[in-house]
Design a binder for this molecule. Sequence first.
Ligand code: ADP
Ligand code: MG
Length: 622
Amino acid sequence: MTNDAKRILKNSFGFSAFRRGQEEIISALITGRDVLAVMPTGAGKSLCYQIPALMLSGLTVVISPLIALMKDQVGALISAAIPGAYLNSSLSSGEYRNTISRAARGDYKILYIAPERLKSEDLQGLGIAPGIPMLVVDEAHCISQWGHDFRPSYMDIRGFIRGLPSRPITAAFTATATDKVKQDIARHLHLENPYLLTTGFNRENLYFEVRHPENKLNALLDCLRARPRKNGIIYCSTRKTVESLCETLRAEGFNATRYHAGLDDEERRNNQDDFIYDRKSIMVATNAFGMGIDKSNAAFVIHYNMPKNIESYYQEAGRAGRDGSPADCILLYSPGDVGLNEYIISNPQNDGIPRDEELIQHNLKLLKCMTDYAVTETCLRAELLAYFGETGEDYCGNCSNCKNIAKTDITIPAQKIISCVYRLEQRGKHFGRAVVADILRGSKTQKILSQGLNTLSTYGIMADIEPYILKRLIEYLVENNYLDTEGEVYPVLRPGSLSGKILFEKEKLSMMLPKDAIPKDGIPKTKKRRTRFILESEEFSDRELFERLRKLRTRLAQESHMPGYIIFSDATLYDICRKKPQTLDQFHNVSGVGLVKKNKYGEVFTEIVREYMAEKTAPSSE
Ligand code: ADP
Ligand code: MG
């Protein structure tokens, strides 16, 4: 069975290996088992149901929330010669009827349906004529009020399933779901003993950064100027900000367009297409933009305002680097974002759903987690993953905090602090953390001078260390029993049970600290940054070839009125640069090249490679 799946994977989609979780899900589905899968954006959820759809007889129905998503997905299927179609409000009534009758005749293997359409009676025939062996709910978190994007029309899915002559295998997919949301999904869809899979949330190719700029606009311009010729999305929390920012960016010479729910349908569609078809490189948008936009080559997502919760943030930020290439997720934070969100959460719009205090409190808690992310000094990735219940390494090396912190030897500073506490103890004196820090830093406070503490040999020996660092060092020593505290109200410091190890046994100590926190004594050691994604760096020497391939892709895309990434993703172009295929067989080995695309595009792409290689090996004329 899985051999068949593997064959389809290569021949239809062009990939030679499954990604994590895909194979398990496919075998569950083709053996008739329900599935509930939580996999991060870009993990490859679509193939998890598209491959079984090709193996099962009858028509697979996919419920999907957004028109743009369906168009993209169906475009991709058709480009691989897989019969697919969609039903949504973008079709004229003639097209709509035509699609339904073709579906009822069994012309399609996969039909995407917008949830708003599910109540319509015309769909009944599908369950009878071709039969519906499998029903897939994409973006399944939309079913739950506890999720971040509740859609009432998702509640109609259950009724639709009930109306079918026989119960289909049911599969639910989402990128973000807490346990509560997962339970909701399983309950609403009546999943029967589903195969549950939550792959890790980590996306190694994404770089996370939080900035606390004085001036957000300047910070944004810096970010954009540092990324010329890159595609990306800028999220803002209000329509007004979208409009003014988009205008400013245009005035600054950026090729930007805009998107929010207040624009008329036509402008929204045009702007979205401009971005998807690479005519505009920057999309400035509210969170109305993006769900279901599978543009795989967005190289950055910048949040101009902080979103309401980490689920939204991770989903939006996750639209960067979908094809696995390196990409940046940057949050421009200001404390004002917190207040704005509190206001939005506490004053929910009256959209027919009654105001629910419990829900408001719940949402305020989620906001708190988001704020914690924005201000944490520890690894951003670890913070995100911990939110989704994954604990692990506290150093990823690929976020702005990890780039600024390093594992630092603190043996000498620890010796200084502990001996200061020792000296005081010898004089029969005990002080709290603040006074000890003042002594070490050599402060001339009233207390120090009046008690003659400035005559201690440890007075002023840590003058070169920032007060907040000193505070963290002391805290670390307390937490790890090198120092002790005594007293509840005014806790004073005393040598801890392990203090002798530092003073007399030469034990080494280290902790994560901002780089250069310990000026000369400690030896800051930085872990090497992971270099898995070297394509974008200087080491990527075939930039010229990449550009030629990209130009060809743009031309083909224009000729066929398809977004470039539906022809080939950036990841595929990179793989061509790596493998340099000069024959059709070699071309078939490239990731993302299936049979149809090998035959359709193989000749033109290998021709570019052959030319490039010939130029490179030709002796130069002078
Ligand atoms: P998701 O819906 O989980 O966000 P998609 O299904 O849109 O992700 O897939 C994201 C990208 O990953 C697409 O460009 C897709 O072609 C690619 N992809 C999916 N599965 C594989 C695989 N096994 N090998 C290589 N690329 C894959
Ligand atoms: Mg998807």
